[in-house]
Design a protein around this ligand. Sequence first.
Ligand SMILES: Cc1cc2nc3c(=O)[nH]c(=O)nc-3n(C[C@H](O)[C@H](O)[C@H](O)COP(=O)(O)OP(=O)(O)OC[C@H]3O[C@@H](n4cnc5c(N)ncnc54)[C@H](O)[C@@H]3O)c2cc1C
Length: 490
Amino acid sequence: MNLAAETDRPVILWFRHDLRLADQAALSAAIASGRPILALYVLDDVSPGTWRAGGASRWWLHHSLLRLGTRLARHGLTLVLRRGDARAVLTSVVRETGAVAIHAGGGVEPWLRALDRDLSAILDIPLHRHRTTTLFNPARILTASGTPYGVYTPFARACFAAMPAPPLPAPEGRLRGAVPIVSDRLGDWALLPQRPNWSAGWERQWHPGEDGAAAAMARFLAEGLGEYAARRDLPGGAFTSRLSPHLHFGEISAATLWHAAGAAADEAGQGLLTFRREVLWREFSHYLLYHHQSLPEAPLIARFSAMPWRQDAAGLAAWQRGRTGVPIVDAGMRELWTTGWMHNRVRMIVASFLVKHLLLPWQEGEGWFWDTLLDADLAANAASWQWVAGSGADAAPYFRVFNPVLQGRKFDADGAYVRRFVPELAGLPDAYLHAPWEAPAAILASAGVRLGVTYPAPIVDLAEGRARALAAFAAIRGEAGEHALQEADA
Ligand SMILES: Cc1cc2nc3c(=O)[nH]c(=O)nc-3n(C[C@H](O)[C@H](O)[C@H](O)COP(=O)(O)OP(=O)(O)OC[C@H]3O[C@@H](n4cnc5c(N)ncnc54)[C@H](O)[C@@H]3O)c2cc1C
């Protein structure tokens, strides 16, 4: 135990999903305590139930922690890094520092909530949890009858009515730092990919950290927001904010984004409304995970547990590597692999292809995304996969099967996206780019495409895959009505 004078006993500022200083309620509370601040980050891969951060996330985390350390140093604070079960780590840090309280950000992940319950029982100092990851307290947004919302639209309406509170200011000047204790070295955590180093090139494209988040937001508000409603579904250009990894790591808060967008745009404009609705999809997914803790593992609609999923290791591998023979699917999966991110429209297309055309369990796709997305987020990933599978909270009809050819023609009409990520097809004319198997032999030859040689033939016949999916989905509904034969190309 550190025998410091009573007023010198610090508070611990425990960073979790909120690696920032602006609009950081835990930091504000730590400052308001008037005590020295011990800034801490714990890499906990071992707590029961934890979803160990995937490979891409670890790359981001490494760089984000570097930036956070630099920012804290400007205010006279040292970021202490520790690794292990957070129960043991916090117990030790409290003992080493004589801390009187812990201020931490929130999070809806089941393992994190269990951890906080355990810590409150184990420690003899208070653990104050502050809301840093969502716009609203998910326990407080309820229907008129006091139950959680199960559908997005009324949930979003309630959020618009409640209006998020304005963000807290970033601290200024020097803060009162605690006497530092021993810290791990970030490099020793080996968060960066080793072999294969699939992160090559990410540094040019992504700038983790609070400054990078602010710059990305400023760029989007100036150049993207106005046309967001019209262009957000087009994967061929940078028409969305690409803030998702920054939001996931909490380098920028949803409230900051919400209010900055409001200040940058016409309040009545369609761009602002559409953008805020997307931000509320993030909020809704966190809300769903808060109220349904099994969301990442089990279907929300119980009958989906009976789905006759297939096992197909070769099909799964082809999907993962972007070798399905369906151009828009392959472009998406290659975008993911090379950039650590994928456009939302294409995420829906590749997910539908996996779950419907290949009839593989959504958890397989969720797991791959978890490992390869820089923005991998337990709530958004699980809720989105369940939405595509039809087993989620919102009314996404199970019989919707995205036709990847029509989707490609509609949203990548000039083929810019497919040509960038599937260059072996670049020479095909637009008319055949999204369905090369329909091209006459002479056109394939003049584009240098040999199906099955330079580019795979489709691993599934789209019509057969769709029919198989509809039969499987109809079976678990116990009905095979004609209405099931619909196609989703909205
Ligand atoms: C199968 C599947 C898996 C997904 N997995 C993730 C994931 O792990 N992490 C993640 O952050 N998003 C996930 N999404 C949602 C969405 O694709 C991304 O949030 C979005 O593409 C990020 O790009 P952006 O920042 O340019 O978004 P913008 O269009 O600029 O939107 C702004 C922000 O709103 C939020 N948002 C937008 N759309 C959604 C949505 N449909 N669901 C939840 N939040 C949304 C994101 O935080 C995003 O950064 C997934 C979607 C699908 C279909």
